[in-house]
Design a protein around this ligand. Sequence first.
Ligand SMILES: Cc1cc2nc3c(=O)[nH]c(=O)nc-3n(C[C@H](O)[C@H](O)[C@H](O)COP(=O)(O)OP(=O)(O)OC[C@H]3O[C@@H](n4cnc5c(N)ncnc54)[C@H](O)[C@@H]3O)c2cc1C
Length: 402
Amino acid sequence: MENTVYDVIIVGAGASGLLCARECARGGLKTLVLEKEQLPGRKILASGNGRCNLTNARVAPAFYHGNEKLLSTVLSQFTYENCRRYFEELGILLVEEELGRIFPQTGKATAVLEPLKLAAQESGAEILTGQTVSKIKRGKNFSIATQTNQSFQARRVVLACGSCAYPQIGGSAGGYELARALGHTIIPPRPTLSGLVLKENFSRLTGVRAQVKLHVQNAQTQGEIIFTNYGINGPAALNASGVITRKLDGGNVPIQLNFLPEIADAPAFFNARLKLFSHRKPKDFFAGVLHESIANLLIDFKGLRKNKPMNEQSPAAVKSAFETVSNWPVTVTALRPWNEAMVAAGGVNTREINYNTFESLRCPGVYVTGELLDVDGQSGGFNLHFAWASGFAAATHLTQEK
Ligand SMILES: Cc1cc2nc3c(=O)[nH]c(=O)nc-3n(C[C@H](O)[C@H](O)[C@H](O)COP(=O)(O)OP(=O)(O)OC[C@H]3O[C@@H](n4cnc5c(N)ncnc54)[C@H](O)[C@@H]3O)c2cc1C
């Protein structure tokens, strides 16, 4: 094997690397994938709670943080329709769930990983596992050394090493080091798609779910949050985490929770309700509108007297309570750490990447794809879509320049 010169060596048998390998091999390139774990695609298997939310019918740059030019180019080259057809042609039945999220019909992530891996191998790609790439040397060909002291030669290299998120299933900073050694700058990775740690103590709400609009400065997300012993999690919190993680360098981040996301003017709504129910005690007044535990917290927070009807409360306290329901201020002090963050914001600087081909502008012949790049998407299938799309774009260029 030491004398073989591969057309392309792909570092990382994750989402991006496997799809790229299949396309390179299918295009006639002698292709080797080196994977440090004993099994390929561990994050694919963990994704979507083991169900693999592999893309989204709404894929568009608006669902991502990152270089807009690169995103609009790659997402128009490999659209949602392209992605769906690609996986259907691998023999996978897909179903669409709410908010455009696409899953394999079996409800198992193996239904995505296995056909993709098989297709790569059937096209002729070799996959070697248990091989951590530790060094890439440029020369006439690239010389790729692994931690087990093996050495491989290739004309081209694809770095598809993913990010340092979720180290317990193989996330590592190794890809950043390889890219840095080849001349790239790394935007410091930060956890994203992770729970929000709040300064305020909401532990009495642990386990409570609520539909909210979550405002963070000029951005907002909408959906479910789940209160936890540290703060909040759930789709609306996760989707806000991409904006918040970038602001946390400047200190704590104030956010507001609107517990009546479908009501345009909460104070007006409650004032109208007062006309009907002013004889009720606060807990009964809010029943049917707010979760009981949230109502109790609001009553304590605003100093409403529990045993008095609404029409005997202080008008200022009532006004403040009504306003707070749609504009509850809380403070994010941190995101949950890497072992709970599904994705990394940051990574290889995309200004150093050709956004049509994903070839490095710093080290020609090297390609960088997937989550190793400074691109991160919201939850809902967008991150896997980017991993597939960028792997596809790199393979398209590699096979064309053959
Ligand atoms: C728990 C969890 C749930 C998720 N759910 C979803 C979801 O439902 N939908 C969605 O779109 N996204 C989801 N994501 C995110 C998604 O899984 C990733 O964005 C995606 O896998 C990134 O693809 P990638 O190919 O860039 O990296 P990865 O899939 O992480 O693959 C990188 C591979 O490179 C290998 N590697 C790294 N360094 C080296 C080295 N030096 N030598 C050899 N091999 C190396 C790694 O072991 C790994 O196998 C989830 C992530 C997690 C952690």
